[in-house]
Design a protein around this ligand. Structure first.
Ligand code: HEC
Ligand code: HEC
Length: 211
């Protein structure tokens, strides 16, 4: 009886120890990421990037960031500006940078398109288009567009419309090669393939103002 009590006490003492170690490790990684990100802020800023073609990274899903940086580093996802930035990153750099950007609270985006365009984007986002088998975006990206970190589904709200539109076009254009990018790219490629240019634009404009 006495022994069981003692065991229980030790167990209870270990729980906070376990969590504080976990939090400290994360904080150290975020701090390391902050200094490593100095090279990135020239284009990506902190809360917001400096150009609508360059994505905001703040509050982005950690798992998604890690995956994308690996894809750039391995030469699978390509971009003339971004690819050289990922070349020299170690696995630990990628983890630290992803922890850092994930920890920054994003600022809200603004709507800049007409009501008609926003309404079309909102409809597809919330309900999909049933007779063309286009799923509702909300089912994976969530009501506020924050994504699901555990699965690597990215945050897409508050993102620049120009970047989002370009990205949706890219998923569509690379439909035939989708398998080479991996499972998550394929999921989006199959969806984008069915969207018209007008629908992609409407979704991108709607998402820029969603929070
Ligand atoms: C010279 C400008 C530039 C610099 C510096 C830069 N990037 Fe990028 N980055 C871009 C552009 C442009 C894209 C969009 C590429 C595309 O359209 O596919 C991008 C895309 C990304 C993405 C994908 C985001 C998404 O939503 O899919 C990540 C992650 C990223 N950059 C991280 C970084 C990190 C970390 C650094 C610093 C080590 C960095 N970038 C430095 C220009 C830059
Ligand atoms: C079944 C789940 C699922 C559904 C439904 C879905 N997405 Fe996605 N989405 C994903 C995944 C997974 C990714 C990451 C793909 C990758 O790794 O490139 C993604 C990525 C994206 C990106 C790229 C984000 C970035 O930062 O580059 C955009 C934009 C996007 N989705 C928009 C949409 C829109 C618009 C819809 C509705 C028409 C939609 N998604 C429906 C799972 C989904």
């Amino acid at each position: 009886m006495q022994q069981m009590k003692f065991g229980k006490i030790i167990y209870l003492c270990l729980i906070p120890l376990f969590f504080s170690n976990y939090i400290l490790a994360d904080e150290a990684s975020i701090k390391a990421g902050e200094s490593k990100a100095l090279a990135c802020t020239a284009c990506h800023g902190v809360e917001k990037s400096n150009n609508p073609e360059w994505p905001n990274l703040s509050q982005q899903s950690k798992k998604y960031l890690i995956e994308q940086l690996h894809l750039f580093r391995d030469g699978i996802r390509k971009n003339a500006l971004m690819s050289p930035q990922a070349m020299g990153l170690s696995d630990q750099d990628i983890i630290d940078l992803s922890n850092y950007y994930n920890s920054i609270e994003a600022t809200k985006g603004k709507v800049s398109a007409s009501d008609e365009i926003i309404k079309l984007g909102q409809e597809i986002y919330r309900a999909g288009i049933e007779d063309r088998e286009i799923p509702a975006c909300i089912s994976c990206h969530g009501p506020q567009g924050l994504g699901i970190d555990r699965t690597g589904y990215p945050k897409i709200s508050g993102q620049h419309a120009a970047y989002l539109e370009h990205r949706l076009e890219e998923y569509k254009e690379d439909y035939d090669n989708r398998e080479s990018y991996g499972k998550n790219f394929s999921i989006m490629s199959v969806i984008s393939f069915k969207l018209s240019n007008k629908e992609m634009k409407a979704l991108a404009e709607y998402l820029q103002g969603l929070y």
